[in-house]
Design a protein around this ligand. Structure first.
Ligand code: ZN
Ligand code: ZN
Length: 383
């Protein structure tokens, strides 16, 4: 009996030890928030408004799109399956409303806003046109593309032109504006254009946004599971349309899109009108240690913090009288970096209020124009 008791105790101890050494399951179902400051009067919502599922040529069931977006810290997605291209029709019944209907309850459970859309998929011109905030995608299934867009417009949809420089339709990658687009624009049936699709940036459509008063969009057009195309866990985020909305709701997103309150985030690149980029960048980058004392030609260190999840690179536009400063400075997301300041030999002793003229090399306010950002420093120099 004694040996049996001993054996039981050993076994129990062995099981406990085994439990203690079991590897914990990785926490995959977790949301990683994206920190981008709001702009005055509006919340900054991160949206992907061009997404495919198995209901057209995608490889993913619609409800999975909601959880992908939740994990990545997005606020809203639009499901925009092709109306005219249904390569899975032998296995998945053609029903143009179905991807939205399946994704919507999954989104509701996760507090992800899911928007009903369709991609009107035609040759160029007019190319591929997304209509979102539809009430019935089925009604857009027409022979003539004019009728499809007319129907989307009648449903109150926000309508935008997808990937205008897509190399399958424009082999040189250059986006071209056609009379058909003028016709749609003048009829009030074209409200936006993708400036970024997947990882492609179209400078031509960026310029059109200002010229023709179109909202700028940046979308993934994802067909695969998101992890197949983006290294999400390593911080490789899909492109996003930043929407500056009065509140976090579908109605507020729709209002903001028609009011053209959007910007583009693609990789580290932030693209948009200065009125939106300036408050975002100003709220992100802060001089946290900007009052310095320098002795002779010793170096002093200011400190700059980046409160956002967008890394910013600053390039100095000009010299600052009396002081040597670095030409470029990168401030990674969420980090504080040093900015080295050195008085020149001829610099008089005393207090100097400096404004360092930078441009933000990854913040584009026009195709070839970067946002200017002047940062203040107060330097007291002693001999
Ligand atoms: Zn397309
Ligand atoms: Zn598409």
């Amino acid at each position: 009996m004694r040996s049996m008791h001993h054996w039981l105790m050993l076994t129990a101890a062995g099981m406990l030890a085994g439990a203690a050494f079991a590897d914990p399951a990785p926490v995959l179902r977790a949301r990683t928030p994206i920190h981008i400051p709001d702009v005055p009067g509006f919340v900054t919502l991160k949206c992907d408004l061009h997404i495919h599922t198995v209901f057209s040529d995608g490889g993913v069931w619609p409800s999975i799109r909601a959880e992908e977006a939740w994990r990545e810290g997005l606020d809203a997605i639009a499901l925009t399956d092709h109306l005219e291209y249904q390569p899975h029709a032998a296995d998945v019944a053609t029903n143009h409303n179905r991807s939205f209907e399946i994704a919507k309850p999954a989104g509701d459970e996760l507090d992800i806003i899911v928007i009903r859309g369709s991609e009107i998929t035609r040759g160029m011109p007019p190319g591929h046109i997304n209509a979102i905030f539809l009430t019935n995608s089925e009604a857009l299934s027409t022979t003539n593309w004019h009728d499809a867009i007319q129907e989307a417009h009648a449903q109150g949809a926000f309508i935008f032109w997808n990937h205008p420089g897509w190399d399958a339709q424009q082999p040189d990658g250059v986006a071209r504006w056609y009379p058909e687009h003028t016709e749609l624009l003048e009829a009030g049936m074209l409200h936006g254009v993708e400036v970024v699709n997947e990882r492609s940036y179209y400078p031509e459509s960026h310029a059109w946004c200002a010229e023709k008063h179109l909202a700028m969009l940046s979308n993934s057009d994802i067909h695969n599971p998101i992890h197949l195309d983006y290294d999400v866990r390593e911080g490789d985020a899909r492109p996003m349309t930043l929407v500056f909305a009065r509140e976090r709701s579908a109605d507020a997103i729709k209002e903001a899109l028609f009011a053209r309150r959007t910007a583009v985030l693609s990789g580290d690149r932030l693209i948009g009108a200065e009125e939106y980029l300036r408050p975002i960048v100003s709220a992100s980058i802060e001089v946290v240690h900007g009052t310095l004392n320098v002795h002779g030609r010793d170096r002093a260190q200011a400190q700059l913090t980046n409160r956002s999840d967008i890394p910013f690179t600053l390039v100095r536009r000009g010299d600052v009288d009396g002081f040597s400063l670095p030409k470029t400075l990168t401030i990674p997301a969420g980090k504080t970096v040093l900015l080295s300041v050195q008085a020149k030999r001829e610099t008089p002793a005393g207090r100097h209020d400096l404004l360092i003229p930078f441009e933000v090399s990854n913040a584009l306010i026009a195709p070839d124009t970067r946002l200017h950002l002047d940062l203040p420093l107060t330097v007291t120099s002693a001999p």
